[in-house]
Design a binder for this molecule. Structure first.
Ligand SMILES: CC(C)(COP(=O)(O)OP(=O)(O)OC[C@H]1O[C@@H](n2cnc3c(N)ncnc32)[C@H](O)[C@@H]1OP(=O)(O)O)[C@@H](O)C(=O)NCCC(=O)NCCS
Length: 165
């Protein structure tokens, strides 16, 4: 049977596997290393009262990527004027060995389904942001219905996009 992509809550035991996933050298400026993302999750939860949901992206038992969802994000409002209670796809990557196989698209669709269960509270939308040069991510998000908000974008910041729920 063909194996499918699914998201799994990251346990302490999975730390080495998830932090050894890497993007290509040319993509390093697009996303933080997974180790840094897990550390960010800790401080966001303890200092900013954010809710953070880091998931491993798995193909069967094999980890192929990482996605981290957040809620109650203060810089949504500070940087872009968006409501804090929009869910935020904060980090997203597929390991370089597994890119271009449709796993990223499947994973983000599942992340959207997870968000629609409103684990941290009701919300009207999901937001995320990307570097202007990140054509692959931009195309993927817009294809899934995210609307680019260049009107909220400021110089030296990532471009935000919003998906209404
Ligand atoms: C963005 C990312 C997660 C996409 O994951 P992926 O598994 O490679 O994506 P998919 O295979 O599901 O492909 C999604 C679409 O992008 C296209 N695509 C994927 N890699 C591509 C590439 N290198 N060049 C051109 N198009 C590409 C696919 O053809 C597909 O388009 P389609 O729907 O028209 O067929 C992955 O490229 C990545 O980890 N990039 C580095 C980190 C990053 O940029 N994260 C996002 C930060 S905002």
């Amino acid at each position: 049977m063909e194996e499918k992509i699914h998201l799994e809550k990251i346990l302490w035991n999975d730390y080495d596997k998830i932090t050894s996933l890497k993007v290509d050298k040319s993509q390093k400026s697009f996303v933080a290393p997974n180790k840094a993302s897990l550390i960010d999750a800790y401080f966001a939860m303890t200092e900013e009262k954010m809710k953070v949901y880091p998931f491993g992206i798995y193909l069967g038992k094999k980890p192929v990527g990482f996605i981290m969802i957040a809620y109650n994000c203060p810089w949504a409002t500070r940087d872009y004027g968006l409501p804090k209670n929009y869910y935020y796809i904060w980090r997203f990557m597929i390991d370089k060995k597994y890119q271009g196989l449709g796993y990223g698209k499947d994973a983000i669709k599942q992340a959207i389904e997870f968000i629609k269960s409103f684990p941290a509270g009701k919300s009207e939308a999901i937001w995320l942001s990307y570097e202007e040069e990140n054509k692959v991510a931009r195309k993927l998000y817009l294809k899934l219905g995210f609307v680019e908000r260049k009107d909220l974008h400021k110089e030296d910041m990532e471009i935000p996009a919003i998906l209404k729920l």
